[in-house]
Design a protein around this ligand. Structure first.
Ligand SMILES: [Zn+2]
Length: 290
């Protein structure tokens, strides 16, 4: 696995460009933003897209030096991770994080029903959300799309439920989703509820102690950063794997924390072979520590 840091930002003056270019030069980064810089109406728009090999202190210091590009715009200049996996890692991984099911907005819905919030961490006041009642959505969307994420919970159509059943997938149960909207549009739809919680990860110390991630995470519960390394397990994990699994660890955004779903290679292959997967689906492998 190779790790890159990537960041994009736009500036609107040559003076800013000069300041940025001076910083980049001092870090030995050879980068020229793509031209032309003057667009119609006389506005200057200069787009930067930096993609750098990830070295924690180098990238952390660079971001610190470039903070002035965000001045007056609110928030901080941030970077994202971009992981490049080897063919071996992709082909050998028993589990995948399926974090995109395509770039179709209708596949990402919000529950119209109720959640229960419980305190997850006293320090950062994140909650975790549970539900006592089924999800409530327009089920016709599921019938048309076959797969939707409802607040990151996977919901499938009747057709996919049958495919999962006939393929004898394990580690999940199906919970019928309630319909929201006109009765005419009601269709069967099911939330895939994973029942298997994996053993804890073996995260390498360099990732556990990464200064940029630590800076963003809550010191008590260690969640909150958008910078999340791929899942790491030792070889023994294969014994605990079902087709649908929840990670032992929680990941969080600013407000809430949850356990992520990891699917088996069998699920990935099943969806691919049946033509549901296109290049916009993203499967991130786990890393097995030798
Ligand atoms: Zn916390």
């Amino acid at each position: 696995m190779k790790i890159y840091a990537t960041t994009r930002f736009t500036v609107e003056s040559f003076e800013m460009k000069e300041r940025i270019d001076t910083v980049l030069k001092s870090f030995d980064i050879d980068y020229t933003p793509p031209g032309p810089y003057i667009i119609k109406g006389g506005y200057i728009v200069i787009d930067y897209h930096l993609h750098l090999q990830y070295e924690p202190y180098f990238v952390g210091n660079l971001m610190k030096e470039l903070q002035f590009v965000r001045e007056g715009k609110g928030g901080e200049l941030e970077f994202m991770f971009d992981f490049q996996f080897t063919d071996y890692e992709m082909n050998d991984s028993p589990l995948f994080d399926m974090y995109s099911i395509g770039n179709i907005p209708r596949r990402y819905l919000t529950n119209e029903g109720q959640y229960n919030s419980k305190i997850f961490c006293q320090t950062c006041e994140k909650v975790y959300v549970e539900k006592d009642t089924p999800l409530v959505i327009n089920t016709k969307t599921v019938d048309q799309q076959d797969f939707v994420y409802v607040d990151s919970r996977l919901v499938i159509s009747e057709k996919i439920a049958c495919l999962f059943k006939s393929s004898k997938l394990t580690g999940y149960l199906l919970e019928q989703v309630e319909h929201y909207g006109s009765k005419r549009k009601r269709r069967p739809a099911y939330e895939v509820v994973p029942t298997n919680i994996l053993t804890p990860q073996c995260i390498p110390d360099e990732y556990k102690n990464d200064p940029n991630v630590k800076k963003l995470n809550c010191p008590a519960c260690n969640t909150g950063s958008h910078l999340i390394f791929p899942y790491h397990y030792d070889q023994g994990i294969s014994k605990f794997v079902e087709d649908f699994n929840l990670s032992f660890e929680y990941t969080g955004n600013e407000k809430s924390a949850k356990r992520n779903v990891l699917i088996s290679r069998k699920v990935k292959d099943l969806l691919t072979e049946n033509g549901y997967v296109d290049e916009e689906w993203i499967f991130q492998p786990i890393i097995i520590k030798k």
